[in-house]
Design a protein around this ligand. Structure first.
Ligand code: DGL
Length: 279
């Protein structure tokens, strides 16, 4: 029998398509819940935007997802997690006082990544905004104070993915260029984190240029595993979640364009609806 008191959704937010790679992994391990995805494609990419702009856009998205019945929102975007999550958690959530929560992708990853390195050197690849925020070195050092963290911003990679240039000369050039830069910063790096939700789509090209013996880690599975654990520990939220195995997809830009690209990220056909935030 359907429990009428369980109506809450899990919101998953990204600046565009990238969060679908995280949602894929979450849905694979927790298929029973009702998911509402929101891609702010009309304002993507967020990677080079100011702190204030990313915070403002992300807060607007979170409030919209809450208004649609989400009890929990995952910021499946590193740039939003780096630039907006802390302020939303510290300033905006306490004002609501309704038990809803927002989680990011950085904390679950940084709790784990330091345990993978043998040499004690980790490399982070992300957008300019994520790298500039220094969120990864700061958070990794809380859990692994002795791990050396080097970062490289890859401003072209999101564009390569958004335009479906996943392989070929353009992808080869930019991927190789940024990997060389990263490894020049620390030749001891044996673990590279793809700290942007778009980058797993470039994995084939990345693997072509990563020297043997270096692990390349994507975030989706890590975030999904941590969410399983979070929901066990937070029964006050889990008990509110609908168990109707539904997936809804929304975008702030044209739905048909979204549908054409989104299947590449999610691995199945998607039918999205265009929405206006704040309306
Ligand atoms: N999804 C974003 C992230 O993980 C990258 C795309 C963007 O720049 O908006 O950082």
């Amino acid at each position: 029998m359907v429990d009428q008191s369980r109506t809450g959704k899990i919101g998953i937010f990204d600046s565009g398509y990238g969060g679908l790679t995280v949602m894929r992994k979450i849905v694979d391990v927790l298929p029973q819940y009702h998911y509402l995805y929101l891609g702010d494609n009309a304002r993507a990419p967020y990677g080079n935007r100011s702190f204030e702009a990313v915070y403002h856009y992300t807060l607007e998205a979170v409030n919209w997802l809450f208004s649609q019945g989400c009890e929990l929102v995952i910021l499946a975007c590193n740039t939003a997690s780096a630039k907006a999550l802390r302020q939303i958690q510290q300033t905006d959530l306490p004002l609501r006082n309704d038990g809803k929560n927002v989680l990011g992708v950085i904390r679950p990853t940084t709790e784990f990544i330091g345990s993978l390195t043998q040499t004690g050197s980790v490399g982070i690849l992300g957008t300019a905004g994520t790298v500039k925020s220094d969120s990864y070195p700061i958070e990794i050092h809380k859990f692994f104070p002795n791990v050396k963290v080097s970062q490289e911003a890859c401003p072209m990679w999101v564009y390569l993915v958004e335009h479906n240039h996943l392989e070929g000369d353009g992808a080869d050039y930019f991927v190789n260029h940024n990997l060389e830069n990263l490894l020049r910063k620390d030749a001891e790096i044996d673990t590279i984190l793809l700290a942007c939700t778009h980058y797993p789509l470039l994995l084939n090209t990345i693997k072509k240029f990563v020297p043997e013996g270096i692990k390349v880690v994507s975030q989706g599975e890590i975030v999904a595993e941590r969410l399983v654990d979070y929901l066990i520990r937070h029964q006050e939220i889990e008990r509110k979640l609908s168990l109707d195995s539904t997936r809804e997809f929304t975008t702030t830009d044209d739905a048909e364009t979204f549908n054409q690209h989104a299947s590449l990220f999610f691995g199945e056909q998607i039918f999205a609806q265009q929405v206006v935030l704040g309306a």
